[in-house]
Design a protein around this ligand. Structure first.
Ligand code: ATP
Length: 426
């Protein structure tokens, strides 16, 4: 493994070197494991170090954090800790452990164990390898399940026949790694996966865990590929048996790819999009409101996430025709788009990407209308004898509409309009 480790960026080598010092000082054997090691062998950049410690992962992490002068987050209950460094590097440190699943899809009973036991509890052979961190060791690959072979041949393989029954979220993980690396789920694993899907095991898993793994799939580079494969394996029915990933949704995913790039290129300073939520909303769009609520409730999505999904699914069929017509006034465009989140706007532009007016209106909204501010303030209204209250909002909205439509431009014109409004509204 030395040849792989030598190729790592300097900063990672420094961290691993310091971890080796901690390992020697504490006499606790430590290993590089999991996705970091997998990606190291594959030659894929990965800046999330995964370290397993025989002894106490927490004590090890505290000592390493001191040497690195890094932040540390300890999860006492799981015997794990995460170190965060300034340069976006992350180090996950865990005590080696064994897991027992008392029954199907149940949370495991965890206790400390040897490295071998720690590798045995893992999902796939390609993620179940280790290499010692200690400098003196030959740093040979510890590969009890033939993970390196599977990496070379592009195979996703579970470690034992009950793997999907123990933890059905591995169904989603199998598809995710298969599609990410262009691998193949090997025949026996695939047969067991299909059996697990057929038995509805994804519905038995803890909802927050399936949700997290589903979100990870939607965060992958090519969500279309991910969801298509999951759908072909019948793995979407756990969300709703009404859900289809047909041609129109697939085309929508392709349009979303483009619109997310467009947004990132032009408006990256606004805020980072929750891109996964855009794809997920597109996937759920064909469902009725009742079915939607079942899905979002079952997954335990956050209120803000649920709100964006439901709002889009309910409003888009009205908004798209409204925004597809020529000559809509800016104030109208503003009032239609202003209540929407950026995710909904990007999805709307994707769904209406054939219509040049809709696209132009959305661009105008983001570039001009959304940032438009009035010169007048509450202070001015107060000066005109209006007491603070809901009337302020009404007046500001009317002045803003006039400004968007180009009827007022200067502060003086804004004030003149307010005076007229006050008169007519009395
Ligand atoms: P990614 O590249 O997507 O971050 P990863 O392999 O690093 O993938 P993590 O979710 O960070 O994935 O998990 C780290 C390691 O923990 C995995 O490589 C795997 O060995 C193990 N692991 C994670 N989830 C499971 C699971 N559900 N069942 C068994 N082992 C798991």
């Amino acid at each position: 493994m030395k040849k792989y480790l030598e190729k790592l960026p300097q900063e990672l080598k420094r961290i691993i070197g310091l971890a080796a010092e901690v390992s020697e000082e504490t006499a606790m054997p430590a290993y590089l494991v999991g996705g970091f090691l997998r990606d190291l062998i594959l030659g894929v950049a990965n800046f999330d170090l995964d370290i397993a410690v025989e002894g106490s992962g927490i004590i090890f992490a505290q000592k390493l954090a001191k040497k690195l002068k890094s932040g540390i987050r300890i999860h006492e209950r799981f015997g794990t800790a995460t170190l965060t460094l300034d340069n976006c590097l992350k180090v996950d440190i865990a005590t080696t452990r064994k897991e027992k699943y008392p029954s199907c899809a149940c949370l495991p009973v965890v206790s400390s164990g040897s490295l071998k036991e720690d590798l045995m509890r893992r999902d796939f052979t390609i993620n179940a390898m280790a290499v010692s961190i200690a400098e003196g060791d030959k740093q040979e690959l510890i590969d009890p399940f033939g993970g390196k072979d599977d990496l070379t041949s592009g195979r996703i393989r579970i470690l034992h026949d009950l793997s999907f029954k123990d933890d059905p979220t591995r169904i989603l993980r199998a598809v995710r790694f298969e599609q990410r690396f262009d691998f193949k789920i090997e025949p026996k694993t695939l047969a067991l996966l299909k059996e697990a899907v057929g038995a509805g095991l994804l519905n038995k898993a803890h909802a927050h865990r399936t949700r997290d793994d589903l979100i990870l799939m939607l965060k992958e580079k090519d969500p279309l590929k991910q969801i298509k494969r999951l759908g072909d394996l019948g793995g979407l029915s756990f969300l709703s048996d009404k859900l289809k990933f047909g041609k129109s949704t697939q085309d929508l995913f392709k349009a979303i790819d483009k619109e997310i790039c467009w947004f990132a290129k032009n408006y990256s300073a606004r805020r980072q999009l929750d891109a996964w939520l855009i794809y997920f909303t597109a996937l759920l769009k064909p469902l009725s409101l009742a079915q939607l609520k079942l899905v979002t409730g079952k997954l335990g999505l956050r209120k803000g996430e649920e709100k964006r999904i439901i709002s889009y699914c309910q409003e888009s069929h009205k908004l798209i025709p409204l925004l597809s017509k020529k000559g809509i006034r800016p104030s109208r465009i503003f009032s239609l788009l202003e209540p929407l989140s950026y995710e909904e706007i990007v999805l709307l532009r994707s769904a209406g990407c054939q219509n040049k007016y809709l696209k132009e209106y959305i661009t105008d909204f983001l570039e001009i209308y959304n940032g438009m501010r009035l010169y007048v303030s509450g202070h001015d209204l107060h000066g005109l004898g209006i007491l603070p209250g809901p009337r302020y909002q009404r007046i500001f909205a009317q002045v803003l509409a006039a400004k968007l439509n180009g009827r007022v431009k200067t502060r003086r014109q804004e004030l003149a309009l307010i005076k007229r409004l006050i008169k007519t509204q009395h």
